[in-house]
Design a protein around this ligand. Structure first.
Ligand code: IVH
Length: 758
């Protein structure tokens, strides 16, 4: 048995540490990483109990840095086990002690405070652990626009969707407050619950803390208040209050916050509401969730109603009627930004008419009726220390720049994507010259840019600062995998050489295999607790887990493997691991599809496929046919919402490969795949397959499709014997003929509208 030891508690958190740079990385000298050897968590815990912790003032900066990192990892592990799995492994007191130590280190070395630190995260309360609250109406987010063109496209899409004659639409234009969104539920006019956004579906109950905010009425003012009202808006801290708070925190040796947003979050997520009360937090109301009756029929009307109820709303909010007015608003607010006493990161445009908002609805997790127009990204200058290559799950190579850490907009950035070989040379993906031809060399001073949550990028190289020692980067010509395949450049859609390089080893490439396994066990896929990246790498290196099905046969094979003999693991960890694996044998179809790791099939696409086919058998059957090029199966898949050529090609490639089919077959023998839930609807068309053909006069094709899907119907592009209804407008041709051939019921547009109105 190998003597390698590893720490179960640390595995998940290692993902966090590499947040910007995912995938397997290797330095320029290519060798496969050796089996990892990590100090045992238990050994460490025992040691830290035995040796009194050195006082923070005695730590050197290097020691403090190492300890800070270790504490952050450990705390994150505990948060995850507590919040996500409801299975804490330490007492509250032990947990608090870890956080206090981390805070003390950050107070002494504020430069260790990054946006990633547990002290800065919403999901990391000092000791407060909050009850979960399901949102009656999900709290979703807005799509982003950066350029003027994006705003024009947004308005254009609305005009087309609603089939309007012109673009004179009323919009509520509002500053985008950079705080935390909050949902306040009032019953009979009284505040009953305040919940954070959480994952959008379930938030955390912070009612006691929110009650301490002056801007939040305990009881709604005015008459005829609907019985149930959910008022949503942003909790924020002023810049002045943030600076003063940090001063006090520093003096007291407490958490230093990186920006007002984090400081508002930290202040709210206190177990003791008197601490929240001592922090000056504000609240602007701008949206709503569940309402038993709507008091107004426009966004602007609702803002007026919030004020009458006793809320503050943002005074800069303005009603606009054209794209030009929206852009002028963006410009005017950006000009005032620095003078405002609260942080904003853009402006938000919302369709004013609520009936139009309802017709427009949502695409996936963002509304069609609103958009956030962000301010330009923030930039900073720093030195590029090195370039590493990351091999992704699908074999693609991404060069990652390792930077001299630098703060950009309140976040410390250390890694930057360099996209591909051409980008480093100064060539864009359409062959255009980038940065006036300045290439990127190791040792260069570079300008980096960070926009929202997007991975930072290098936007320029400061030529004057290029040192003599600056080195050109030689992109690898061979994959480091045992096959040493030539690195190929992907083809573009038009068959030309693209800029992304990849290893063609597919599943024979260990980098790709291990990346797929990591995705497979990740929280968004099979979510196997206790099987983090490092354990998985270890099992993989030992040859114990070579493909997903092997995870489910580990327990059976353990008589030979004897995992409990690995130093630092022990019988309990092994039992827990097997328990976690067992509990994941039953899996929802959408998760299963996502876990297969097909290119271009992310969570949203997996959900669309799961909803489209309903069961694994139906989906698998379709994939096998698509893999063989069956035209009818391809047309059916193409007809699904959100599924297009790229996804279909990727599914065809995946299922066209016998090796992949084998992996899937062995895996499906081990697990039980639960059918997808059909969107709940009691409408007359729920569960029906509908085809629209000919020209529609009262709605656009997009609106017709979106409405049908919202009511639980499946919209298909071709008529077959499985079609339930064909809605035919003037000019309908072959599809109408097909409907008659298969005896499918045909409706006019008016008949369809009558049917769905019932
Ligand atoms: S409306 C469907 N209005 O931005 C979501 N959001 O990406 C409707 N935000 O989570 C949100 N100011 O935290 C809206 N005036 C404003 C806002 C605003 C800030 C935040 C909010 C939301 C995020 C959307």
């Amino acid at each position: 048995m190998p003597a390698a030891t590893w720490a179960p508690a640390l595995q998940r958190t290692a993902e966090g540490a590499l947040r910007c740079v995912r995938g397997t990385r290797f330095p320029q000298a290519f060798t496969l990483p050796p089996a990892p050897s990590y100090p045992s968590a238990m050994a460490r815990a025992a040691k830290s109990k035995a040796t009194p912790l050195r006082d923070v003032v005695e730590l050197t900066k290097a020691q403090a840095k190492v300890e800070h990192k270790r504490l952050a990892l450990e705390i994150e592990g505990h948060n995850e086990r507590y919040y996500q799995e409801d299975a804490p492994t330490v007492t509250d007191a032990e947990y608090d002690a870890l956080r206090q130590r981390l805070n003390a280190i950050e107070a002494r070395f504020p430069e260790f405070v990054t946006a990633d630190s547990p002290s800065q995260k919403v999901g990391a309360a000092p000791s407060g652990r909050f009850k979960k609250v399901p949102h009656a109406v999900p709290m979703l987010s807005l799509d982003n626009a950066f350029a003027e063109e994006d705003v024009r496209d947004f308005v254009g899409r609305i005009v087309r969707f609603l089939k309007l004659d012109d673009d004179k639409i009323g919009f509520s234009a509002e500053p985008k407050i950079d705080g935390l969104s909050m949902s306040l539920r009032y019953e009979g006019g009284e505040l009953v619950t305040a919940a954070t956004r959480g994952d959008g579906a379930v938030g955390e109950d912070v009612t006691a803390n929110i009650r301490t905010l002056e801007d939040v009425p305990q009881k709604l003012k005015g008459r005829n208040i609907p019985d149930i009202c959910e008022v949503r808006g942003e909790v924020y801290m002023t810049k002045k209050a943030f600076l003063a708070l940090n001063e006090r925190q520093k003096a007291a040796g407490d958490t230093i916050f990186a920006n007002p947003r984090n400081s508002a979050a930290g202040s709210l997520r206190q177990k003791d509401p008197t601490i929240t009360a001592s922090r000056p937090l504000g609240f602007f109301a701008y949206a709503w969730g569940q309402m038993s009756a709507m008091p107004e029929d426009t966004q602007n009307g609702m803002i007026g109603w919030f004020e009458r109820c006793g809320f503050k709303t943002n005074p800069l909010t303005k009603l606009c009627h054209s794209v030009e007015e929206l852009l002028a608003f963006h410009h005017a607010i950006e000009e005032q930004r620095a003078r405002l006493d609260y942080d904003i990161d853009g402006v938000v445009y919302k369709i004013d008419r609520i009936d139009w908002q309802e017709r427009l609805g949502f695409v996936s997790r963002t509304p069609r009726w609103g958009i956030a127009h962000k301010f330009p990204a923030e930039r900073a200058m720093t030195v590029l220390r090195d370039i590493e290559i990351q091999v992704g799950r699908t074999g693609s190579f991404t060069p990652v720049g390792k930077l001299e850490p630098v703060g950009v907009g309140g976040v410390i950035v250390q890694n930057v994507t360099l996209h591909n070989e051409d980008y480093i040379r100064g060539i864009g993906n359409k062959g255009e010259v980038l940065r006036e031809g300045r290439d990127i060399r190791i040792g260069d001073t570079v300008v980096i840019q960070r926009a929202g949550d997007v991975i930072p990028q290098v936007v320029d190289v400061v030529f004057d600062k290029r040192p003599k020692s600056a080195r050109e980067f030689h992109f690898p010509k061979k994959c480091p995998c045992p096959l040493h395949t030539d690195v190929v450049r992907e083809e573009t859609a038009t068959g030309e050489e693209g800029s992304r390089a990849r290893c063609t080893g597919e599943f024979a490439c260990p980098y790709q295999k291990i990346e797929h396994l990591k995705l497979f066990v990740s929280r968004r896929a099979f979510d196997i607790d206790g099987l983090g990246e490092k354990q998985l790498q270890y099992f993989f290196d030992e040859g114990w887990v070579k493909e997903p099905a092997d995870i489910f046969t580990l327990e059976k094979r353990n008589a030979k493997l004897k995992l409990e003999e690995i130093e630092g693991y022990g019988a309990t960890s092994v039992r827990n691991l097997f328990g976690a694996i067992e509990s994941r044998r039953r899996i929802a179809l959408e998760r299963f599809i996502f876990a297969l790791g097909m290119r271009h099939v992310g969570e949203t696409t997996a959900l669309a496929l799961a909803r489209g086919y309903g069961s694994w058998d139906a989906f698998h059957d379709a994939c096998l046919k698509v893999g063989k090029g069956d035209e009818e199966a391809i047309a059916d898949m193409d007809a699904l919402d959100q599924i297009g050529d790229t996804v279909i090609k990727s599914i065809a490639d995946y299922f066209g490969e016998s090796h992949n089919r084998g992996i899937v077959e062995r895996l499906t023998k081990e697990v039980e795949i639960v059918d997808a839930e059909k969107p709940k609807s009691n409408s007359a068309v729920a569960g029906k397959t509908v085809v629209f053909t000919g020209s529609l006069e009262k709605m656009t094709r997009d609106e017709a499709k979106a409405t049908a899907e919202r009511l639980g119907a499946k919209v298909s592009g071709s008529v077959s014997k499985k079609t339930d209804l064909v809605v035919a407008g003037p000019g309908a041709g072959s599809k109408l003929a097909d409907a008659n051939k298969h005896g499918v019921k045909v409706l006019t547009e008016d008949e369809w509208l009558k049917l769905i109105a019932e």
